[in-house]
Design a binder for this molecule. Structure first.
Ligand code: F6P
Length: 381
């Protein structure tokens, strides 16, 4: 096939995750197969604005498949709002001019929700097409069944929950394990079910600690003297959810994402102010210790979940998505995200992805599964 695309730029943006290097390799190798020149842009959109590039020839992408992180570097900068000399600047024109100067036919962006929006915005303000790939441990990119990085992070969080089990059992403790995921509960729910957490709290189901405490006490009555609680970082209580869905606060929290999590409610008393500053898992552990009389501890997994080598699943997924991107570029298909739908790697219009968060639906099979193995999800059901 004679390629319709001659030169592409490729960048990684947002938080890193396992599978980025495998995906870069997949895009670059497939692109080279079709005779497309590949320019690597360093440190996300900032590198595009600052014109920092490397050549991604076959030597450069060799040996990348199993490596964590991203050889290109990444960042959370947006071309239209980027800190330059201590000021926030709109550098969209500079980014577009740099793409023209490099004779780029298309800019390939590997990223999560923020990157999908930034890529579309860049596309709409210049005449350079874009193509994106769904990367995030949060698994919250719309239109794709799964994003790469998620499986690796879920494996790490699951192993952590496994390890917490043995120490919680030995000390007869409650251990609250905080898992990343931004406003979505995919990671906590997936790792929680896989690791056999006794309670799983996710942002999509506002929790009631009285319900959780009842569940823990019931376990104790049944001879289970420990409990593991997987908590997504974005969780909120029933009260917080009710307060933030009230009209005044709803307006305040109405940002550009279509399924944005409402902002936390305004607290007033000193005790409440203190609670707002306390990390969510610590607050939950402290209250559960009070309610149950069982000693509680907290483990926050943090960036450990984004580090290290990708799982076999993520290597395969990243390579499939990346190589499909290469073929689409050769065919001249632009302004799409390469997604996984029903097991197939397909192109979906970027406009149908950007600005939409894929949260866990209340009727999702993982939720039903969790309930059927007697996992408490913090609600009354
Ligand atoms: O989006 C990926 C993610 O790891 C989220 O789960 C988390 O909320 C956030 O990034 C952390 O971002 P940073 O690396 O900038 O601290």
């Amino acid at each position: 096939m004679k390629s319709k695309t001659k030169t592409i730029g490729i960048l990684t943006a947002g938080g890193d995750c396992p599978g980025l290097n495998a995906c870069i390799r997949g895009v670059a190798k497939a692109a080279m197969h079709y005779g497309i020149k590949v320019i690597g842009i360093q440190d996300g959109f900032r590198g595009l604005v600052e014109n920092r590039t490397i050549s991604l020839d076959s030597a450069a992408v060799s040996g990348l498949l199993t490596q964590g992180g991203t050889l290109l570097g990444t960042g959370r900068d947006k071309p239209h709002k980027i800190m330059m000399g201590g000021k926030s600047m709109d550098m969209t024109d500079v980014a577009v001019a740099n793409m023209h100067r490099m004779n780029m036919d298309c800019l390939v962006c590997l990223g999560g929700n923020g990157t999908q929006k930034n890529a579309l915005r860049l596309r709409e303000s210049g005449d350079i097409p874009v193509l994106t790939l769904p990367k995030t441990i949060d698994n919250d990119v719309a239109q794709t069944d799964v994003s790469f990085g998620f499986d690796s992070a879920m494996a790490i969080a699951t192993e952590a929950i496994d390890r917490l089990h043995t120490t919680a059992t030995s000390h007869h403790r409650i251990i609250v394990c905080e898992v990343m995921g931004h406003d979505a509960g995919w990671l906590a729910l997936g790792a929680g079910v896989a690791g056999g957490a006794d309670v799983i709290l996710i942002p999509e189901i506002p929790y009631d600690l009285a319900v959780v405490a009842r569940h823990l006490s019931e376990r104790r009555r049944n001879g289970k003297r420990f409990s593991i609680i997987a908590v997504a970082e974005g969780v909120r209580s029933k009260t917080e959810a009710q307060q933030s869905s009230a009209p005044a606060s709803k307006k305040k929290s109405d940002k550009s994402e279509k399924q944005d999590k409402p902002a936390p409610p305004k607290e007033s008393s000193e005790e409440e102010l203190h609670l707002v500053q306390e990390p969510v898992a610590s607050r939950i552990a402290r209250k559960l210790q009070q309610l149950t009389g069982t000693e509680a501890r907290v483990t926050s997994l943090g960036h450990v979940q984004r580090g290290g080598q990708p799982t076999a699943h993520d290597r395969l997924l990243s390579t499939r998505l990346g190589t499909r991107a290469g073929t689409l570029l050769a065919e001249g298909v632009y302004d799409v995200m390469v997604a996984i739908q029903g097991g197939e790697a397909v192109a979906v219009p970027l406009a149908s992805v950007a600005g939409i968060k894929k949260l866990v639906p209340r009727d999702h099979t993982w939720i039903e599964t969790a309930r059927l193995v007697e996992t408490c999800l913090g609600d009354d059901l």
